[in-house]
Write a protein that binds this ligand. Structure first.
Ligand SMILES: [Zn+2]
Length: 281
């Protein structure tokens, strides 16, 4: 907008017909459309929590190599980079790397089969993550493109985000409207950000809290097969959809029911990211 036009709007009488009939509804429409934009990943805090848990569980040598490639603690600072560049032109096809749609009611064996026979539609999260991991395995750390590692750090996290392995018909929960403390939102957004932010921790505090809670299960998480982990994630997603049908709409009840499963997903993601990097770097 030209500056003189911009100033012109502010010179208008707020009680004028033009403001009431044109400008106010226009501003309201813009605000609403921004508010309802689909979100596409664990939010910033979720990815930072996962990266922090992972960083704290890296072997000394791996941590040095990761720091060298991404900068000191860069694993945390770049944990959200893959989301930030989604609308950029450097990786124009990366939009669908962040999710993998699954139908409801699948058997465990069908879910597991998607790790061998990657689905041809409904996202590319599984195929792309696995192929980027293969690139890291085949490359000397000093020759590795830092972008490859940034993607892996982020996408491994997305695999544990229940609404990233959700259903195509509601756009991974983006089209499932719900209320959160009286405000309109959707299921995807609740799982990406609102549930995590409802706890009011910084990412470092939350990573520490989650680690303290689940540290006795670390070896179990490390021993799980990729199939077991994927099926576990799928079951969480299915349970969320089932709960949605009987939920009474009370946000506190929602938080009470889902806080622990959400923290468990973040823990598994962090531990498995650390295990992966310890193995391949
Ligand atoms: Zn993502």
């Amino acid at each position: 907008m030209h500056m003189s036009n911009f100033c012109c709007i502010f010179a208008l009488d707020f009680n004028s017909d033009f403001m009431k009939r044109i400008v106010f509804p226009l501003v309201a429409a813009i605000c609403l459309s921004l508010y309802s934009l689909p979100t596409l990943a664990w939010g910033q805090e979720g990815h930072r929590i996962i990266a922090k848990i992972a960083y704290d569980h890296l072997n000394q040598g791996t941590r040095k190599r990761v720091d060298k490639i991404l900068g000191k603690q860069g694993i945390i600072y770049y944990a959200n980079w893959a989301d930030e560049i989604k609308s950029d032109t450097i990786y124009p096809t990366s939009y669908d790397w962040h999710f993998q749609d699954f139908d409801g009611g699948l058997t465990d064996s069908i879910v597991m089969a998607s790790l061998r026979d990657y689905p041809k539609e409904g996202g590319n999260l599984l195929r792309v993550t696995d192929s980027l991991i293969a690139v890291i395995k085949a490359t000397k750390p000093q020759e590795l493109d830092p972008h490859t590692l940034r993607f892996v750090v982020h996408l491994v996290g997305d695999r544990y985000c229940p609404m990233h392995t959700a259903r195509m018909d509601d756009k991974g929960g983006n089209a499932m409207k719900m209320q959160w403390f009286g405000r309109n939102t959707n299921l995807h957004s609740v799982w990406d950000t609102k549930l995590i932010e409802s706890q009011g921790y910084s990412y470092t505090e939350y990573a520490q809290k989650i680690t303290h809670t689940y540290t006795h299960l670390r070896r179990d998480v490390e021993k799980m097969s990729p199939e077991e982990l994927l099926v576990g994630n799928y079951h969480v997603t299915e349970a969320i959809y089932t709960y949605q049908q009987s939920w009474d709409g009370n946000t506190y009840h929602y938080i009470y029911r889902w806080k622990e499963p959400m923290e468990w997903q973040l823990y598994k993601a962090g531990i498995r990211l650390a295990k992966l990097l310890n193995e391949i770097l």
